[in-house]
Design a protein around this ligand. Sequence first.
Ligand code: C2E
Ligand code: MG
Ligand code: MG
Ligand code: MG
Length: 289
Amino acid sequence: NADLALHTAKADGRSTFRFYEHSMRLAAEKRHIMTLELRQALNEGQFELYYQPIFTLADDSISGFEALIRWRHPQRGMISPAEFIPVAEETGLIAGIGQWVLREACMTAARWPKSVKISVNLSPAQFGQAGLLDSVMTALEEAGLEPHRLELEITESVFLSNSRQNIQLLYSLRELGVRIAMDDFGTGYSSLSYLRSFPFDKIKIDRSFVSGIEVDTRNLAIIQAVAVLGAGFNIITTAEGVETAQQLHRLKNEQFGEVQGFLTGRPMPASEVETFISEKGRVFLSARD
Ligand code: C2E
Ligand code: MG
Ligand code: MG
Ligand code: MG
């Protein structure tokens, strides 16, 4: 009997291992297919940018839009960046995709009123690639966009590896006149020290702190602290993921700088932005040319 039990256990172990091996191989295959498809997507123009408005609370004007990438897959329909950006980062394809995003976003924003800025997300892997500075300069030049209208959003993870080199690069980008925002603030590691290591123009507090500020006093305390921090550092504060009027009200009370979220505007295709600006934004006419 003991013999039989041992035998069964061994068989179980083997099959568990085989199952593990099998699912690993499946995952690798899926990644491989996606890599080929991503390359094709870039060549065939399957990527699109959606734009989500960001409002200044002091005067309810539109401060800018954040460009958010979408993949219109020929068979699977719209795929979210959360699904393919990590694969693009692992395989180095993020360089090409990121360059496309920068060019497309700058070209689109160049058609908007001059008071409206454009924010572009940079993934940490783009910092490892040579030529990021060149991509940014080329995108601005081609579009004829004034550098101060471009804002680059980075996350804390940019500081985790090659931080000296990356901070140098941030300063070079800043010298071009572009603005640098810290995205998803509060979700990474020791974010406060990063605020000291680079003079950010903006901090975007992650939406996990915004949700529930109506009822959760601890989230509210964090929001209040970030507002004070922003004022002390002379940095614009932006709240992400604002979904309710109550949240908006609270953020106004705490003197937050800007809001972005489904309440004030969902991400929209480029074709809808100009209408949105003329209907919803109190854009100052003097800023138009
Ligand atoms: P993120 O930069 O923090 O962008 C904000 C995300 O929150 C977007 O998701 C947006 O659609 C979503 N969002 C906005 N308002 C609300 C709200 O009120 N409620 C909720 N629940 N969600 C809201 P999305 O478009 O799926 O993008 C996810 C992430 O993918 C982005 O997070 C960003 O890190 C990354 N990403 C998007 N586009 C690009 C890109 O062009 N390049 C790179 N490297 N990353 C990108
Ligand atoms: Mg962002
Ligand atoms: Mg964000
Ligand atoms: Mg986020």
